[in-house]
Write a protein of this length. Sequence first.
Lengths: 306, 319
Amino acid sequence: MKSCIKFISFTLLFLFVFVSKAWAEKVTVITPYLAQPGTQMYVEGFKNEASKKGWDLNIIDTKGDVAEVISRIEDAVNQKVDGIVINVDPSQIAAGLEVAAAANIPVVGMDSGADPLLVTNVTSNGYAMAAETSVYVANRIEGKGNVVMFVFDAFPPVQIRGVIADAVFGNFPDINVMDRITPDVQDGGIADSRAKMEALLAANPEAGSIAAVWAAWDQPAIGAMQAIEAAGRNNEGIVIVGIDANPQARDAISQGGNFEASIAQDFVGIGSATANAIGRAMSGEEIKSKVIYVPTVLITSANVGD
Amino acid sequence: MKILNLIKKYGTLIGFFGIIIFFTINLPSTFLTAKNFINISQQISMLAVVAFTMTVVMVMNDFDLSVGSMASLAGIVAAVLFSMGYPIWIGILAALFVGIIGGLFNGFLVSIIGILPFVATLGTLTMFSGFAFLISGGRTIFGRDIPSEFSSFARSGIEISSLDLKIPFLSILALLILFIVWFILEQTTYGRRLYAIGGNPEASFLAGIKVKQLRLSAFALTGLGAAIAGLMYSSRVASSNPTQGSGLMLEAIAAVFLGMTMSEEGEPRVLYTLLGVLILGVLDNGLTQMNVDSYIREVLVGFIVILAVAFSSITKKRN
């Protein structure tokens, strides 16, 4: 009798697992960049949300191979999944996106760039990030003084940051952008930014002649900080800000020196917002906005330890 | 005893059909369909071209480790020329030319200078990759720089409207190259001489075969194949990246080895290489459809290659 009950309960359990698996919506996430810390955080946020929704999730890492992303999209379409999420420039995988579109399977971008073949792309707002850090600088120097900008106009996501900072600083009559530097980024951007900043410091030896450094990403901000410290001018109150809040920037901010602020993207939040977006698309909802922005957080000494 | 012999001879082929049956049972509605197999043929087309032309040097017991970086370099050369406004045919010809020159350089190092192929092509692997980064400035070239006629090649094919199927041009190109390599290796004196060099280079030399020239030309063919694969890759992703081909080399060698287990003398045959490529492609496709973790997929593929080669070497030893 006991074994009979055991048998029945095992059978029921098996059936339950099997049937619930068969009923669960199938979602495939494909990325060539799973080795990157940022992508891992997107995926972590996505996984948490997907497990709440009870999805049958398949995460595929093509290890840098973009053509394989197309192949795996084709496989997922063939497998008749309910939704696909990608984390790669959509213009390079148009061949795969067309296959998914033909099969009416929604594809959502997770910080991938916008594309007509994507339902939507979930990312951070580069314009807003630049606005927040440039306004932080303007307020800290009380709307007056010389500001050094580090920009990189050749790369569109960074170029838009420079445009916004130009507008903010231009709106303060007593702020003067004394130099708009494009560092050489071959070595990551720190070394050349440091060299450029050293030259500027040498050309402007009087204390207070440089009020602030605004950098479109963290590496030039770190380079500028190193130059200021090496020149022994770290007590002049030069305010430095960056964008991205990478670990090196966070470390500098926590020291309480010249590097005062940076802005952090909410990678986990992008992951969970992407899960919500693909969920809405799979339920047949029309998502009007081609880009969904996830709020960013200004990191200063007040919250760097959080 | 007969059955045992059959397994010895056709073990890999039986394994391949075993894999197909396994996926057909597990994926009853989506695996064994014409559409899926056309899909797979397109997905493996680039690897297939590299593996087919890799077979040419492996016939002589040589290796070419530089095929992956050559594929990247060729794609970059074409894309840079496109971005400078040159017509598509110039970009393609230049990329193929770079492939031949790179291959000849490999051949020169191996057959004239006498460096071991492993070491020589390891060196050129780094060199070609460096050139790809140098020419592209480390960037991915994409968007308007890549002409749409070039990228649409990989998305088009011959429509068979009665069956509602499309045979992709990439698959057709790979088949064409398979035929050419098969013809060269199996139907010409040139091919038979390459096999002779593989059997015994000294005896071949004494028999009057121009070993040096043949090795040089074989490497050029492999370089050309790598360049073709690089162009196919660039067309498929509508862009060129200085590292795009890096995954091709190891898989191509694995495919040739898998194929070699089919041959009684243990020598590479291009039709068997096709089987090796198919095994890798079918595994990737089927395991993805079964939601198997991509890292587990990688472990499995490596394990199957070892299993096949080990099985064949054990049974051959017994023979």
